[in-house]
Design a protein. Structure first.
Length: 281
């Protein structure tokens, strides 16, 4: 409870469509233009190589027969959807929320939101898996079959590339420029520009601009996003904000509740002593 109280006092109310951190530095992210994706899965292979994971056979098109999810060995995947405008391929990975539910839920700060926007996991994890249930996109995956399990998810190539001045491996490997790396501000501006220039090509919406307070990965599509597997009922409130009121109430409870109980105990004892005195008379 004391830890929760401390968290509450240090908390800040998240801003919708957040694009900067508390230090004023702009978050970086990726624009995914699904109208350009050809389903080559080069991003999957590049991601696996960058994180020393098993490299998938990207020539195997049988994987498109079923909708896949990310896993402990595949931090990004590409799915195929049949829509009103034909086949659309969609890349999926961690969305790197501006105010991540997983970071807020982590009791030991194993989940971290870095200055540049990346959300990462560290080995001081206690294995509670609260990050899994608090993620609106169902991204963190736990290594249940490992003797020393980790939480696996896309980290935006933070350690592998971003800290060294590079860009995410998937962005670099994309042959069709489906993926564009940059600041959230620039990516939103570019998205609006593309929609403005080709209104018949794009559905007039930028997914991730405002969802759950804004995410570092944003998407463009030719069709409504529910047709390509996106959750469209998440709202624009950052998940940590839902618990802010409760957390701010904790210090009050810690101070007032013990005082109330002590006062109640005192009054009870006083009434008992009074009854004893009257009984002796």
């Amino acid at each position: 409870m004391l830890g929760a109280a401390g968290t509450a006092l240090a908390a800040r109310r998240p801003n919708a469509a957040e694009i900067v951190n508390e230090s004023g530095e702009e978050f970086k992210g990726v624009l995914v233009d699904t109208t350009r994706c050809i389903g080559c899965r080069s991003c999957e292979a590049a991601c696996a190589e960058a994180h020393d994971l098993p490299v998938p056979d990207i020539g195997d098109e049988s994987v498109f027969k079923e909708k896949r999810d990310t896993s402990t060995t595949q931090l990004t995947i590409v799915n195929r959807y049949k829509t009103e405008k034909g086949i659309i391929f969609v890349k999926k990975q961690c969305m790197h929320c501006g105010q991540p539910g997983c970071v807020a839920a982590c009791l030991v700060k194993a989940m971290k939101k870095h200055e540049g926007g990346a959300v990462t996991w560290d080995t001081n994890c206690m294995g509670c898996r609260y990050c899994m249930v608090s993620c609106p996109f169902d991204i963190p995956k736990f290594e249940y079959n490992s003797w020393n399990p980790k939480i696996q998810k896309c980290n935006l190539c933070w350690e592998q590339r971003l800290t060294k001045g590079g860009i995410p491996a998937c962005v670099e490997a994309c042959p069709t420029e489906t993926l564009l790396f940059g600041t959230k501000r620039d990516l939103v501006a570019e998205s609006r520009y593309r929609i403005y220039r080709q209104p018949k090509k794009y559905f007039n919406y930028i997914y991730g601009e405002n969802e759950v307070g804004g995410t570092s990965w944003i998407y463009l599509s030719a069709v409504p996003f529910e047709q390509i597997g996106f959750k469209t009922d998440l709202g624009t409130t950052a998940y940590p904000e839902y618990s802010t009121g409760f957390l701010y109430s904790v210090p009050i409870v810690l101070i007032l509740w013990p005082a109330f109980l002590m006062g109640l105990s005192y009054l009870t004892r006083r009434e008992e002593e009074k009854e004893k005195k009257e009984g002796k008379r």
